[in-house]
Design a protein around this ligand. Structure first.
Ligand SMILES: NC(=O)c1ccc[n+]([C@@H]2O[C@H](COP(=O)([O-])OP(=O)(O)OC[C@H]3O[C@@H](n4cnc5c(N)ncnc54)[C@H](OP(=O)(O)O)[C@@H]3O)[C@@H](O)[C@H]2O)c1
Length: 275
């Protein structure tokens, strides 16, 4: 697996904090060279990652042009060849294709696999309907049990990946995963891209993220000219209340207390509850 020289990538985010990604620059496979692929590939390359695009037509003029505008030692290959070279695999294909693609990338043991997909169909009333009992991320995990699947980059438009402030402010990015180290690594990447990573817990919460994706589609179902991007304003209210409440009173047990992922605080630090 090819490694390139480590670099330090820093991004100033709107809260005027400096988020630095000490990239031990891994190789990232960008599977699918569509709207998301041609946004995330170049942005990962800006952070110092080596990008290899996985495409059904790696030799096409379109993919060559994408490789040419991607910084660093970028290249293109078939989808499986790209995935096998990579430490991080971004599966950026539509859901129906995902069922085949995610089962034909070869052995993904130990690799971080980032799922952004939205398994939905348009219902009879025109509004989106989720297609699965679980989630695309959990399906990908079941097909690749040794992979570290992370659900993220799902609830925002690709234009925000190209330019994180294009919609007028910070955009929040939910992240769900079972592997804590993988989730923390992806959270640092999200922050380094100029976005606000939010911990959504274990991978089973991926379905809730996919429901958020469907909510995102509602203005499109209504043919409204305006959409939105998710921005979570931080609140200390319930956190401070619950941390001072006795769990023996049955108010709220503390989950993940000894294994809570540490995320960069891009969107304001938590207030000290003891005041
Ligand atoms: N676009 C967004 O703003 C956005 C935002 C959030 C989430 N998403 C999710 O991101 C995923 C990709 O969306 P997108 O907008 O980038 O889609 P897209 O523009 O249609 O591109 C998807 C790419 O996937 C590959 N692909 C398509 N059909 C395939 C098949 N049958 N087998 C193998 N590969 C196939 C193609 O790449 P090659 O031609 O190189 O093979 C294609 O360019 C979707 O699941 C979507 O729900 C998109």
């Amino acid at each position: 697996m090819k490694k390139v020289v480590a670099v330090l990538s820093c991004v100033v985010v709107v809260s005027f904090t400096m988020t630095c990604l000490a990239a031990e620059t891994d190789t990232v496979a960008v599977i699918g060279t569509g709207d998301m692929g041609d946004s995330l590939g170049p942005r990962f390359a800006e952070l110092g990652y080596r990008v290899v695009y996985g495409s059904r037509s790696p030799g096409s003029e379109r993919v060559k042009a994408l490789v040419a505008r991607t910084k660093g030692d970028a290249s293109a290959a078939t989808q499986a060849e790209a995935a096998q070279q990579a430490d991080i695999v971004l599966t950026l294909v539509p859901w129906p294709a995902m069922e085949t693609v995610a089962q034909s990338l070869g052995n993904l043991d130990g690799k971080i696999v980032i799922d952004v997909s939205m398994p939905f169909k348009q219902g009879d009333d025109g509004y989106p309907e989720h297609l699965l009992e679980t989630s695309s991320a959990e399906m990908i995990q079941s097909w690749n049990p040794g992979a570290k699947v992370v659900k993220t980059f799902a609830t925002l438009g690709s234009q925000v990946i190209d330019d994180p402030l294009v919609e007028g402010g910070l955009v929040s990015v939910p992240i769900a995963a079972n592997d804590r180290a993988a989730k923390e690594k992806v959270a640092r990447i999200v922050a380094a891209l100029g976005l606000d990573p939010v911990d959504f817990g274990p991978l089973r919460m991926a379905r809730d993220i996919e429901i958020m994706q469907m909510i995102y589609m509602i203005p499109l179902s209504q043919n409204r000219p305006q959409n939105w991007e998710f921005f979570f304003r931080r609140s200390d209210h319930y956190g401070c209340y619950l941390s001072s409440a006795s769990t023996s009173e049955g108010i709220m047990p503390v989950y993940d207390a000894n294994n809570l992922a540490e995320f960069p605080q891009v969107n304001g630090a938590a207030r000290n509850c003891v005041e």
